[in-house]
Every structure is written in C-alpha cells, then in structure tokens.
Design a protein around this ligand. Structure first.
Ligand code: ZN
Ligand code: ZN
Length: 145
C-alpha cells in the first residue's frame, strides 16, 4: 500500500479510458487457460484499490467467465481491460493498457502449472501453481479465473 499511485489507461481505439489507484508497481502474469484464450497469451496485470473511474463506460463490455470472475473489454476495438471479482469492486487492469508502463516491475506468475511449454519468462518471479494461487488469492478476491 505504501507504493500506491494513480494510474490511467485506455483501450486501443480510445473509446474506453480508466483511472484507478494501483496497489503497487507489481505486475503479475496469469498462465491459466481462460486468460490465454481471452488474450491470446498470458494475462499481465496490476492490482488496483477501490473502484476505478471509467469514461466511455458504454463501450465497455463485461463477460462473466466463471463463478467468481468478470472480464471487461472494449466493445469497439476488443481490447482486454480488466478482470474483476464478480459482484465486487475488486479490479485488476491489464498492464498493456496503462498509459505509463515505466514504473512497473514484474514480480509474480500464477497458474504456472497451466503454462504451455512453448514460452517461459526469464524474469525472476514468485511462481505459484493454480492451487497455490487459489489459496493465496481466494481471501483477497484476487483470483483470476
Ligand atoms: Zn476500444
Ligand atoms: Zn488466468
């Protein structure tokens, strides 16, 4: 929390923008099959505190992907914007949509046991299996599946 700072971001076409308070500079990657199918690769994201402020909210679609998760995207250009806990204002935003990506550091990978063999990140990260990810995140509602 000490590292919290304001972030802003937008989709590829610019129809949807957001402002939020980042919990920290930490970026996580999720290798689960749902995230890979949604984005075409691992999902890279940051955690935010409180409810974000959106503009162009009418351009934001939300897909309920599981019991606990909802995935937000731009309905005009298809950009992947956020994963949130269903029914709660607990959001993560995709690192690639941030306006300023210079302050970030890549620190954690989750669902590492779901990662396919064709890629590996060279970064030194904390790596959690799906079971560990679920156990770690369930209480804080950060699970990304
Ligand atoms: Zn867009
Ligand atoms: Zn995932």
């Amino acid at each position: 929390m000490a590292d919290a700072f304001t972030v802003s971001g937008h989709c590829l076409c610019g129809a949807a923008t957001y402002t939020a308070m980042a919990s920290s500079q930490d970026v996580s990657a999720c290798h689960c099959g749902m995230c890979r199918r949604w984005t075409g690769g691992p999902l890279l994201y940051i955690h935010v505190d409180d409810k974000p402020v959106f503009t162009g909210a009418d351009a934001i679609g939300v897909f309920r992907s599981s019991e606990i998760g909802e995935r937000g995207f731009c309905t005009k250009c298809g950009s992947v914007l956020f994963w949130k806990t269903a029914g709660k204002d607990s959001y993560t935003f995709t690192a690639g949509t941030l306006d300023d990506q210079t302050r970030l550091r890549f620190t954690r990978e989750i669902f590492i046991d779901d990662k396919p063999d064709y890629y590996d990140f060279a970064n030194e990260t904390e790596r959690l299996t799906g079971a560990q990810s679920t156990a770690t995140y369930l209480d804080s509602s950060d699970k990304t599946e």
